[in-house]
Design a binder for this molecule. Sequence first.
Ligand SMILES: Nc1nc2c(c(=O)[nH]1)N[C@H]1C(S)=C(S)[C@@H](COP(=O)(O)O)O[C@H]1N2
Ligand SMILES: [Mo]
Length: 417
Amino acid sequence: MSWKQPLRDRQADRLWDRARASGMSRRVFLALLASGGAAAVLAACARVVPEPSAGPAPAPAPSSRPIHKPVPENYFIPLGTNAEMRFEVMADQTYIIPNSYFFVRSHTSAPLIDAKTWRLRIEGDGVQRPLELTYDDLLKMPSRTVTRFIECAGNGRSFFATLLDRPAEGGQWKLGAYGVAGWTGVPLRELLKRAGIKQTAVDVMPTGLDSTAVERPMPVARAMEEDTIVAYMMNGEILPPDHGFPVRVIVPGWVGINSIKWVGKITVSEERIYVEKNTTNYVLIGPDYAPEGPAKGPPVTTQTVKSACALPWPAALKAGPQKITGYAWSAFGKIARVEVSIDGGGSFQDAVLVGPNVERAGSRWEFSFNAGPGPMTIIPRAIDDEGNSQYDVSAQKWNQLGYLFGATVPHPVNVSE
Ligand SMILES: Nc1nc2c(c(=O)[nH]1)N[C@H]1C(S)=C(S)[C@@H](COP(=O)(O)O)O[C@H]1N2
Ligand SMILES: [Mo]
């Protein structure tokens, strides 16, 4: 099956499966799809579904497969329960990474959750009116769509070993633990306001319904930013199980671990919250960092600026004029410039930014050059509109768990005659 053509069809198929399961007729389904798209179908599904009888919600169905969507090795690099996006696949794709090619990072198997019995609770001493919402409740609230990236804190981790000669613990990602998507959902701040968030609230923490209940707090100010949303759609599709169905939080610009999937509960606290993922993991541990209170080091928050070539690793090119494409992204804003070196970092020339350039999402770029035969490297360097930029690897601080790699990465290329 070609990987380019069937996306739309599969989206519609999945939507129809969902609609049929809720008791909708094919005729109504087609009419809704034509008039209001996937969102209309989804909203109607939630209404057709009969309310479950009272009682405790059953636990999510145990799932044996770590990842549910197909992750063939020509499109993904397998990494345990995770799958890295192959950037070369994106060379002739759209700006948005299609859901089928989006990287997956799940600490354990992705749970399969039934939206009919699922509830979202907002609770804790930081709210005046604890809330419990159904899927239908959430879909009825005003929604917005934001285009933003998600990037794992450990993206680029393998380069601590290969470029610094000092390995870091954890999944050895290259640069493909990154993806940009359009996320549709309810701004988290609207939910917090509805729950009567107190002036004295300090931290907000979503908790996942996966087997190890993955959770990580963020300060109230971050939770109240307008692009922090509780998303139920990804690129116009129902949020896929691997990416957090029925809902996930999107915390743009922050390390991926804050964008909690399969959310069942959001705790609002008047005190700082300390959990495993901001004290033991997702903290910077190393000679340049000191412990912070109960944390073994400073918790990682905002991502770095990065760029990547949409080329196989290593790439094989023919001698002569070449045009390559790539991505650049910043956790702080838009991309201002991408420069590329083809002489090992001696000199850099401007690449051309093409297509959308969205803050905290990224920009595609193109670079034309004349390739001479033999081995070489291509080194892109991104600079954002706030002046943040990638730096030489000699300036990259090491940390034991390999977070926040932000140096330039020489992409290996073999040029044949
Ligand atoms: N509940 C839950 N949320 C989670 C995770 C998880 O394992 N469980 N992984 C996190 C990490 S480390 C990352 S990088 C992103 C990855 O999102 P994706 O799989 O949709 O690409 O989800 C985050 N949210
Ligand atoms: Mo991550």
